[in-house]
Design a protein around this ligand. Sequence first.
Ligand SMILES: Cc1ncc(COP(=O)(O)O)c(C=O)c1O
Length: 412
Amino acid sequence: MHNDVLDTLTDYPFDRLRSLLGDSTPPDGCAPIHMQIGEPKHPPPGFIEPLLTQNMSEWGKYPPPNGPDDLRAAIADWLTSRYDLPPGMVDPARHIAIVSGTREALFMAALLAIPNAKNGARPAVLMPNPFYQVYVGGAALAGGEAIYLPAGPETGFQPDFTAVRDADLDRTALAYLNTPANPQGSVASLDRLKAAVTLARERDFVLAVDECYSEIYTGDKPPGLFDACQELGNGENGGDPFKNTLVFHSLSKRSNVPGLRSGFVAGDPDLIRLLLRLRQYGGAQVPLPVMNASAALWRDETHVVASRDLYRQKFDLALDMLDGAFGATRPGGGFYLWLDVGDSEAAAHKLWTEAGLRVLPGAYLARDNDDGSNPGAAYIRLALVHDLETTREAMTRLLGTLASQNGPSGRT
Ligand SMILES: Cc1ncc(COP(=O)(O)O)c(C=O)c1O
């Protein structure tokens, strides 16, 4: 006896990759390069070490569920400066929930937002396709029906909420938007964000904007949900500027501390209050030393600028070497290359067995369309998380392996 909704979920992409590659190994003497997982590898700033180790007595305490005031103040200050908000627009007491990384919080957003029925029908959850897998898990386990919106080249690699049928919008309880997006690296424009907020308010659903890659970019700073909320103002809602919306931010990618498990959700105070109630029942609190280190990280931009510069150098190098092969372009944000190789599983297998390069097939990050096609099936995802020399070696191996498969310049 178990919850049979779990049977409707596929294995997680990394498990599917393990099954695909089985016992196969790279050629003898070829050191593997792991680019399948978005695990930042730049060193985290040293100043957090004493904060994590000095006050050992703090590990003996249950942490305050929503963190010390100082952490929420640091986050409110960061949001205010990052999105150029008027002072006081973000209230640390009402607008912020501390979470144990955004993965868990994005899952909980579904439990928070999805009622038993909406307008007499099964609630729908809008999400991009391809997508971060947690959206599907949350929607399914909270009883929602996922509606997958194309997020390929035809829509600028972002979902178009305005294309959703009226009957589906009627029953929409939640919409996930990811900008910069994993895996495509696309950035939702300010207009797209404003349209999404307006639609969420008109049709009364929760807009959950996943911005965990917001600080990794090599060109313009990506706009975010709070830019859109500021521009829209309170309008006829006359209420809170973040009404119907939640934004998810994490230290994992910004500060190179995915193991710290530290992030926050900010937005509509009614939703934040209920999220905190939900977390009291089923959420993991963030340990006090981790929260103290987190406050210091949100207050420091120097390490973020340095990390961004390392990603810029790697994209410059990789894109120069690829020279447009496999449709390679500079993403608006994030640290992934999303390369059109024709057959993602075949390419991932070949790259591992012939070149020791471990990459993720895009097919595992997307759901089949009604016609059986899969919008990720032609792509592989590579995380540019290693140092410059390893990145150079990886691109050399990629070009050497796949170019021979698809012709001298690869599939363009
Ligand atoms: C799009 C996206 N959202 C959220 C997360 C979760 O990050 P974390 O739980 O470390 O904050 C990830 C991690 O890879 C991600 O790619």
